[in-house]
Design a protein around this ligand. Structure first.
Ligand code: GSH
Length: 254
């Protein structure tokens, strides 16, 4: 089995897939795309992933896209070390959680990410170049145009942070219900993997708004101690490692 992963070091969606590949001990050839330079929008890549986003998995020539779909696919083709519960009800619960995660924390984290990390790069562009770049994005055109070159307004930033906070509270309730330490109990599932990069991102941005939720503090410590974590978050995977202007802001990280 040969795996090639088209991804980006700091992309939260890519980090999910790298984590699953690393946790399963699957060797993969990693192709790194520069998202700020638009590698994901080049014609050859769009043939693989018409959404113009990472990650994309090539498995022996078959293309699979979308991080949660790729994660489930990997569990199907390499079931030995599985992150998918066998019980259909638990499996359905995992999938429902993954839908929640994509709709809430994974979507919300883009607002602070863009405002705090990417905006300075977009501000250096001419208006024409920025609009052309935004309009070339199949999936994120409106998102980019709404952000513009001044960033999302405070109300939108506050709303994203509130949605993230509600996501931590939801995780907390899931852990309490299952008995933990993972969202669905004793075994880590793909739901844990799906939400992980959002918390890593918020921690990296110096905004870990879950310090009063001890179950989440423990969950975060546990996932960072997992053997797959380090190889997934190799140097350059955190925004603070890539964007010097963030280092000062995030120096108060806990
Ligand atoms: N639902 C997709 C979303 C993928 C996605 O949004 N990828 C981001 C990085 S995390 C991306 O490639 N952005 C590039 C762009 O917006 O141009 C998945 O989970 O794979």
């Amino acid at each position: 089995m040969a795996f090639t992963l088209y991804n980006a070091p700091q992309s939260t969606c890519s980090q999910r897939v790298r984590f699953v590949l690393n946790a399963k001990g699957l060797a993969f050839n990693e192709i790194k795309l520069n998202l700020l330079e638009g590698d994901q929008l080049k014609p050859d890549y769009l043939k693989l992933n018409p959404n113009g986003v990472v990650p994309t998995l090539d498995h022996d020539g078959s293309i699979v896209i979308d991080s949660t779909v790729i994660a489930e696919y990997l569990d199907e083709v390499t079931p030995d070390l599985s992150f998918t519960p066998e019980d259909p009800v638990a499996r359905a619960r995992m999938r429902a959680l993954m839908h929640f995660i994509d709709e809430m924390p994974a979507a919300s984290v883009r607002v602070p990410t863009f405002n705090l990390a990417f905006l300075p790069s977009f501000q250096k562009m001419s208006r024409e170049a920025f609009v052309a770049m935004a309009e070339s994005k199949p999936l994120r055109r409106e998102f980019m145009l709404t952000m513009g070159q001044t960033g999302f307004p405070k109300a939108e930033m506050d709303a994203a942070l509130a949605r993230l906070r509600r996501s931590y509270e939801r995780m907390d309730a899931e852990i309490e219900r299952s008995g933990g330490p993972w969202l669905q109990g004793k075994a880590m599932t793909l739901a844990d993997v799906a939400v992980m990069p959002a918390l890593v991102r918020m921690h990296d941005l110096g905004l870990p708004d879950w310090q009063d939720l001890p179950r989440i503090v423990t969950w975060f410590d546990n996932i960072r101690a997992h053997p797959a974590f380090k190889p997934t978050f190799y140097h350059g995977s955190l925004l603070s490692e890539r964007f010097p202007h963030l280092r000062e802001k995030t120096s108060a990280r806990v």
